[in-house]
Design a protein. Structure first.
Length: 208
């Protein structure tokens, strides 16, 4: 009888140990499943999260039209001359831009809001004027614009005689042109030299 009781006691202990073991294994599997599920969801979130698309920080205009000058953010047009001035802007893949300007351009000129191209034939003179060019950026699918948006630039435009247009140009003149130092750039209208090749410190009178 005592042997049977001992046997039953041992079996109960073995059964208890098996039950506890199974419980731990079950809980462990459940926790691991939860962890795996959480990692999977985190991975999915990373996969669908929008990625950064770096915004351009500047633009410049150029033209091949006769009697027209354009560089950086300045345009000079001889009155009555047809002009097509095209912006150069570095847009990441998938990013698009829309353009607006204020105040209105001189009569005869227009801005293409989709391309930023300035075109037309101005029929009357217009003194050098500063315009606010606003470029609104839109990132491609799955991306967001990382940087300043919109990009706002000051655009200088003059419509006048050939002499007036030429006098607003940043020139390579150096000492031969009367500059007091070896700085190779000057602005005809300002009759002074610039410390930068872009003539940026005198761009208010020499925009291109």
């Amino acid at each position: 009888m005592r042997v049977e009781q001992l046997y039953v006691s041992q079996m109960k202990q073995i059964f208890l140990l098996l039950t506890v073991s199974i419980l731990f294994i079950t809980l462990g599997c459940s926790d691991q499943a939860k962890k795996d599920d959480s990692l999977e969801k985190f991975g999915l979130l990373l996969a669908v999260a929008p990625k950064a698309s770096t915004a351009p920080t500047s633009l410049s205009y150029s033209t091949s039209s006769s009697n027209v000058k354009a560089a950086r953010t300045g345009i000079g047009i001889v009155t009555g001359s047809a002009v097509i001035a095209t912006p150069t802007i570095s847009l990441p893949s998938g990013m698009t831009a829309s353009y607006s300007i204020s105040p209105s351009l001189p009569t005869g000129l227009s801005l293409n809001s989709a391309t930023g191209v300035i075109s037309g034939t101005p029929t009357s003179a217009s003194s050098l004027t500063s315009y606010t060019l606003t470029v609104t950026l839109t990132a491609g699918s799955g991306f967001f614009v990382n940087g300043t948006n919109p990009l706002v630039t000051t655009l200088s435009v003059i419509v006048g005689t050939t002499t007036e247009v030429n006098n607003r140009e940043c020139n390579f003149v150096g000492l031969a042109g009367g500059c007091p130092t070896n700085t190779p750039y000057s602005c005809t209208a300002a009759s002074s030299c610039s410390s930068l090749s872009t003539c940026s410190n005198i761009s208010s009178v020499c925009p291109y």
